[in-house]
Design a protein around this ligand. Structure first.
Ligand code: TXA
Ligand code: MG
Length: 339
C-alpha cells in the first residue's frame, strides 16, 4: 500500500508541543531549516510542514503521513512575490492571487525553470501548487523560515484532516519534531485548488473560497476539471491523482458514513445540520442556525467526535449545495466513499 521512502521505524522521534508564540515560531523555523517536520495551524486545517526545497525533508512528510509518494504537495509562501519566484502567473492567476491571498486558495501554475521546489514535492510535474495562508502563525513561520514550505494536512493519509493541535498529536505524535498549537482553525476545510495553466481556470478541489467568489473575480464561469488528470497530463514520472478528490476514499472516519439521512437508524451517530434529524447518539449539529461557515469550521472535529467505537454508522443530514456547502459535501462524499 504505502510507498514511504523511509521505513516507519525511522520516522519515530520526540515530538515537542508548543503554544504559538515567538519561541514556538523561532523553533519551528530552526527545525524546518534543518530539514525537520513541523505541524502548524493555517486558517483551513493544520499543515505538516517541511522545507519544499529539499527532497529529503519532503520525503519525511510522505513517510510520516504514509502517503502515496506521487501525490504532489502544496508549497506555502508568505506572499505573492515569493510565489512568483517559483511559478509563472498569467493574468487570471494574478487576479485570483490579488483577490484571495493571503487566504484559503491554492493556485496550480507552471513551474519557473529556476523553481526551487523539489521535484519530489511536485511529484515530478512541471507545474506546482502555491498557497499564501492568512493565519498569523503560518505567516510568521513562513517569514522566519525564508523558504517555501511543503505542507499537506497534518493527518495520516486517508484520515480526517486536523483542525486542532490535539487531532495532529493523535495522528502524528512521535512522527513529527514539533506541533505548534494555535487553537482551532477558523475555515475548517482545505483551500480551494485552482489550475491556472494557460488553458482557462479549473477547480481541482472545492474549498474555503467558493465558486461564486472565484467567478465574481474572473467575471465568467470556471471550467470543470476532467475526471482524469488534465493538469497532470504532462507528468513525466507517473500518473498521479489530480487532487485529493481523485482518491476515492479520503477524509475517512472508521465508522461508515451515511449521507442525506432523513431519519436515524438504531445504533447510529448523527451529524445534523440546522436541526433536521431527531435522535441518535452521540449527536452533533454542525450549525443549529444553518450557517455554512460555522458548519465548515466544525466539520472535521465533528467527524472525529462522532467516530467512537460501537457506532453502527454516522448518519449525516442533507447539507445545502451552494457556497461553502460545495466543499462540505465534497469532503462528506469522500468520507462516505467505499474503502
Ligand atoms: O488548505 C490546504 O490546502 C492545506 C493546508 C495545510 O494548507 N493543505 C493541503 O495540502 O490540503 P494537500 O497536500 O493535502 O493537498 C494538495 C493537493 C494534492 O492532493 C494534489 O493532488 C494537489 O494539491 N496538487 C498539488 N500540486 C499539484 C499540481 N502540480 N497539479 C495538480 N494538482 C496538484
Ligand atoms: Mg489532506
Amino acid at each position: 500500500m504505502s510507498h514511504s521512502p523511509r521505513s516507519p521505524i525511522e520516522t519515530l522521534r520526540k515530538t515537542l508541543r508548543l503554544d504559538a508564540g515567538p519561541e514556538a515560531i523561532a523553533q519551528a523555523a530552526r527545525l524546518l531549516r534543518a530539514g525537520g517536520l513541523v505541524a502548524f495551524p493555517t486558517e483551513t486545517v493544520y499543515g505538516l510542514g517541511a522545507i519544499a526545497t529539499s527532497d529529503e525533508a519532503v520525503a519525511g512528510i510522505y513517510a510520516a503521513k504514509e502517503r502515496p509518494s506521487f501525490n504532489p504537495l502544496i508549497a506555502h509562501v508568505p506572499d505573492l512575490a515569493s510565489a512568483q519566484a517559483q511559478g509563472v502567473f498569467n493574468a487570471d492567476a494574478l487576479a485570483l492571487a490579488r483577490a484571495f491571498w493571503p487566504g484559503p486558495l491554492t493556485l496550480v501554475v507552471p513551474a519557473r525553470p529556476d523553481c526551487a521546489v523539489s521535484l519530489l514535492a511536485r511529484a515530478g510535474l512541471d507545474s506546482l501548487a502555491l498557497r499564501v495562508p492568512a493565519h498569523r502563525v503560518a505567516q510568521a513561520i513562513l517569514m522566519a523560515t525564508g523558504l517555501p514550505v511543503a505542507a499537506p494536512s497534518a493527518n495520516r493519509s486517508g484520515r480526517v484532516s486536523p483542525t486542532q493541535a490535539e487531532h495532529v498529536a493523535r495522528d502524528l505524535e512521535r512522527r513529527v519534531d514539533l506541533i505548534v498549537d494555535g487553537g482551532s482553525c477558523t475555515v475548517g476545510v482545505e483551500s480551494t485548488i485552482l489550475a491556472c495553466l494557460g488553458d482557462g481556470v479549473r477547480i481541482l478541489r472545492p474549498g474555503g473560497v467558493t465558486r461564486g467568489q472565484i467567478e465574481a473575480v474572473l467575471g465568467r464561469p470556471v471550467d470543470e476539471a476532467e475526471a482524469q488528470g488534465h493538469a497532470l497530463a504532462s507528468a513525466p514520472l507517473a500518473p498521479a491523482p489530480l487532487a485529493p478528490g481523485m482518491l476515492a476514499s479520503h477524509y475517512a472516519p472508521r465508522a461508515p458514513v451515511r449521507l442525506n439521512a432523513r431519519h436515524v437508524a438504531p445504533g447510529e451517530a448523527v451529524l445534523d445540520f440546522a436541526g433536521q434529524l431527531a435522535g441518535g447518539s452521540p449527536r452533533l449539529d454542525l450549525s443549529a442556525s444553518g450557517d455554512l461557515r460555522e458548519a465548515a469550521a466544525r466539520l472535521f472535529a465533528a467527524l472525529r467526535q462522532l467516530d467512537v467505537p460501537g457506532v453502527a454508522a454516522i448518519a449525516v443530514a442533507p447539507i445545502p449545495a451552494q457556497g461553502l456547502g460545495e466543499a462540505i459535501n465534497d469532503r462528506l462524499a469522500r468520507a462516505a466513499a467505499p474503502r
